[in-house]
Write a protein that binds this ligand. Structure first.
Ligand SMILES: NC(=O)c1ccc[n+]([C@@H]2O[C@H](COP(=O)([O-])OP(=O)(O)OC[C@H]3O[C@@H](n4cnc5c(N)ncnc54)[C@H](O)[C@@H]3O)[C@@H](O)[C@H]2O)c1
Ligand SMILES: [Zn+2]
Ligand SMILES: [Zn+2]
Length: 345
């Protein structure tokens, strides 16, 4: 089969690889129909993710058709159309029992990380009964690809952890696919204002189309001042960090209102300053989270009923044999205006 393989920092290849086989009784083999590329895949290609070793097939998102199941799989059978969660969950361990699937002792984020992933014609999915979701006849499968990772990430790590409430003021820093997913799902709770901050005017334009009340380009260094002015010097109730660099986390520290929450989503690779000398008396909370995908069933319903339309995030389409081009396009988003790219296997 064709597969996209990480070959070490800065190196990648489309290769012929043997099809995966059932390795544990709870596994399924899924024939990929559509997959996509995540910002985290770009982190891996730079060599930022040491758990992902050269030779690994990347990808942790996608929809497909069950090809084979292990003898212990009871929920799915060959021919079933399924959504693949980016997080594999046994459903039984101490973390899974708390719905903290991202820390499953025999799963978590392993697909396209410590085991081969979805950017291939076939993938082996462990703990199939509790890590795959059935897709109903007639569903929009491209929209559902956004449910593997970015929608639950924006919603769980940003909106739920950030305690977004009716009438509150939210700032989202970073208008990439994850920040925009937080923007779409924050609107379930009718916040009064959603301010989106980024360096890319095109993404800020998109954000306004998706419901942001204000877009701020922070390139000139005046974003904090503008937010404080807009909020009567109070700051925002929820500051969502969706970039993953020190400057943007520190911006959250500067704009969070007394009693507010900083909800971190970004993957941080370097030390970030925590200004307790300024924040100790502000009654704030800071949350961190690796996406659990525990809200996939709920989000599924909101997509099926057209309460949100995650298809808005899809900007480009490629066939699997053009995946190197897809990476070029996704990796140069400022130039190509790419958000999510769909790859058809
Ligand atoms: N916690 C989790 O479970 C989880 C899951 C998925 C992704 N992530 C992380 O979420 C983050 C966002 O993911 P994405 O796919 O949307 O990434 P992305 O790179 O597509 O988007 C980041 C956005 O931040 C903007 N940006 C960069 N520097 C900025 C600055 N100084 N000020 C303002 N904006 C700036 C960029 O223009 C871009 O639009 C990444 O760090 C990713 O690894 C975390
Ligand atoms: Zn991802
Ligand atoms: Zn578990």
């Amino acid at each position: 089969m064709k597969a996209f393989v990480y070959r070490g920092p800065g190196k990648k290849a489309l290769e012929e690889r043997p099809r995966p086989e059932i390795a544990a009784p709870t596994d399924a083999i899924v024939k990929i129909v559509k997959t996509t590329i995540c910002g985290t895949d770009l982190h891996i290609l730079k060599g930022d993710v040491p758990t992902c070793q050269p030779g690994r097939i990347l990808g942790h998102e996608g929809v497909g058709i069950v090809d084979k199941v292990g003898p212990a799989v009871t929920t799915f059978k060959p021919g079933d159309r399924v959504l693949i969660s980016c997080v594999s969950a046994c459903g039984k361990c101490v973390y899974c029992r708390k719905q903290m699937f991202s820390h499953c002792t025999t799963g978590g984020w392993i697909l396209g990380n410590s085991i081969d992933g979805t950017q291939a014609e076939f993938v082996r999915t462990p703990h199939a009964d509790t890590s795959l979701y059935p897709i109903l006849e007639g569903a929009d499968e491209e929209a559902l690809v956004m449910l593997s990772d970015i929608l639950p990430t924006g919603f769980e790590c940003g909106v739920l952890n950030g305690k977004v409430q009716p009438g509150c003021t939210v700032a989202i820093i970073g208008a990439g696919p994850v920040g925009l997913a937080a923007l779409l799902t924050a609107q379930f709770f009718s916040p009064a204002e959603i301010i989106v901050i980024d360096l890319d005017d095109n993404r800020l334009e998109m954000a306004k189309r998706f419901g942001a009340t204000t877009g701020i380009n922070s390139a000139d260094g005046s974003a904090v001042e503008m937010v404080m002015k807009m909020t009567g010097k109070r700051g925002v109730d929820t500051a969502i960090e969706a970039v993953g660099i020190p400057a943007t986390f520190e911006m959250c520290e500067q704009i969070v209102a007394p009693g507010g929450t900083i909800a971190n989503i970004g993957v941080h690779g370097t030390q970030v300053a925590l200004h307790l000398e300024r924040l100790w008396d502000r009654n704030i909370s800071i949350t961190t989270r690796l996406v659990d995908t525990a809200t996939i069933p709920m989000l599924f319903k909101t997509v099926e009923s057209h309460k949100i339309d995650p298809k808005l995030l899809i900007t480009h389409h490629f066939k699997l044999d053009k995946i190197l081009e897809a990476y070029e396009t996704f990796g140069n988003a400022a130039k190509t205006k790419a958000l999510k790219v769909i790859i058809e296997a």
